[in-house]
Design a protein around this ligand. Structure first.
Ligand code: SF4
Length: 486
């Protein structure tokens, strides 16, 4: 039976534009990542350290959260705690109303995608304009991000040219420089007139209350410093204890994400603008720019439930996107087919971890378990292990299809009885070879027909592996004996 997930996948598989766009970006990011990591001395030890920092922070998250909140407030910011998505959106809307904000400019923030902040603010009559170029493109297209660091990865430059022509009224062009300039001109007006800026947070530093935001376009700096109010939305797990720890995380983040040594802009924000001189700069004029108010909204939304479980490791994630770029499933179906805010291998674990397996039965199955995601992850998250945990949870929740429930006990019976197994294998060999043409089957019957919808299936080999192995072994032994006796 075809589920919405399977329909999305089927649609993605026949979308040629999607494949062109995905190929361009995922292969480019993957190569750049390899080169960037090669340029990092002792890259493996840095990754080990990054993992250890994430593990340590999460093991004492309550302590570091309290320290971070105290530090933010000591620096003049305000901290708000949001238990769920609804609370997070309500808090941001209230801050906007108190600031009489009509227009909000927004930097890239996956947690705000998770809480569906934009529609919530728009329902309150507040206009939200995305300032990250990729987010701006998909906002104009009325879509959602399909990649956690490259939200418009699914679009070709030709599609973006057509979109800008239709929505911004510019002459039709596919030149990325001209398209970027057009978006820049539009966004510049918004930066100068917006009453409030909303950003995500890459890392919060517990010891100083600093929030760190990395971007490549400079939109993060304009979003957080030009409007009079800055709201930073942050998942509660995005903490590091110290600035020294932050530097270790930054060494692996940009390299794993975009293959850069550092992102073009790395902003460290500690408190709102200081109008009077700080103690350190006694006698100075105070800070010339920055917002009057800084609000940090700490979003739980299921994270504290995941802590302490066998899925807690997914909270180490630093949202670099490397696991998406390397994943053979993501490379074929892109982000939208997953149906969740977080796509790819990380989303296949994070989404059911935060929201439960019941609404997301297919996500843990959307993987070949090849392990490439674990190999590229800068903090070495064992995604395949957690996918298996989730498959097990899904099975326990009764999500296993009826045909598989029937097949597995039969397979168990055959696999534990050599005579039966050999008989089954011989029958499969005979049938597949009889029905194949040039060694390939064009069609398999349901429920195996999904395989042959997109590729042929090889007929079983004339000799089973066990026989080939025995023959090989025998041949090698004969050769040895001949050598010894000559
Ligand atoms: S799971 Fe690892 S590779 Fe994937 S986005 Fe998170 S940190 Fe990056």
């Amino acid at each position: 039976m075809s589920s919405p997930f399977h329909s999305r996948v089927a649609g993605a598989l026949v979308d040629d534009n999607l494949h062109i766009a995905l190929n361009r970006v995922t292969s480019r990011f993957t190569t750049l990542r390899l080169n960037a990591l090669a340029s990092l001395p002792h890259a493996d030890s840095v990754r080990d350290r990054a993992r250890a920092i994430r593990a340590h922070t999460l093991s004492r998250l309550d302590i570091y959260l309290a320290q971070f909140a105290d530090s933010v407030e000591a620096a003049g910011g305000r901290v708000h705690w949001a238990a769920d998505a609804h609370a997070a959106n309500r808090i941001v809307a209230e801050i906007a109303k108190a600031a009489r904000a009509r227009t909000v400019v927004k930097g890239k923030s996956m947690v705000s995608e998770e809480t569906h902040l934009n529609p919530a603010l728009e329902a309150e009559g507040i206009t939200v304009v995305e300032s990250d170029l990729g987010e701006y493109i998909i906002q104009l297209a009325g879509e959602t991000p399909s990649h956690i660091i490259a939200p418009a990865v699914h679009k070709t430059k030709e599609q973006v040219g057509q979109l800008f022509h239709e929505k911004l009224g510019i002459p039709l062009t596919h030149d990325p420089a001209l398209l970027t300039a057009a978006a820049r001109a539009k966004l510049r007006e918004v930066f100068l007139t917006a009453d409030m800026g909303i950003s995500g947070v890459n890392f919060g530093v517990a010891e100083t209350g600093t929030i760190c935001i990395v971007t490549n376009e400079g939109n993060g700096r304009l979003t957080t410093s030009t409007p009079r109010v800055h709201v930073a939305m942050m998942g509660i797990e995005r903490l590091v204890p110290t600035l020294d720890d932050l530097s270790a995380m930054l060494q692996v983040l940009a390299r794993s994400a975009t293959g850069q040594k550092l992102s073009v802009y790395t902003s460290l924000i500690t408190g709102p603008r200081r109008r009077r001189p700080s103690k350190q700069s006694e006698g100075g004029p105070g800070e010339p720019d920055g917002p009057d108010e800084l609000h940090v909204v700490l979003v739980d939304n299921g994270r504290s439930r995941v802590l302490g479980t066998r899925l807690a490791e997914i909270l180490y994630c630093i949202r670099c996107g490397a696991c998406l770029n390397i994943c053979p499933v993501y490379q074929q179906i892109g982000g939208h087919a997953y149906g969740s805010v977080y796509p790819g291998p990380v989303g296949a674990v994070l989404t059911p971890a935060l929201e439960g397996v019941e609404p997301w039965p297919e996500l843990p199955q959307a993987s070949t378990l090849c392990g490439a995601c674990r190999d590229v992850c800068p903090v070495r998250i064992d995604i395949p292990r957690m996918l298996l945990e989730l498959r097990d949870a899904g099975h326990r929740a009764g999500q296993t299809p009826a045909w598989l429930k029937l097949f597995l006990p039969l397979y168990q019976l055959a696999a534990t009885q050599p005579a039966l197994f050999n008989f089954g294998a011989a029958a499969a060999r005979w049938i597949t070879r009889a029905l194949s043409s040039n060694g390939w089957l064009k069609r398999l019957p349901p429920p195996l027909s999904g395989w042959t919808d997109h590729r042929d299936f090889p007929a079983f080999a004339a000799q089973p592996f066990s026989a080939q192995f025995k023959n090989h072994h025998k041949g090698a032994k004969t050769q040895r004996n001949t050598k010894d006796s000559s």
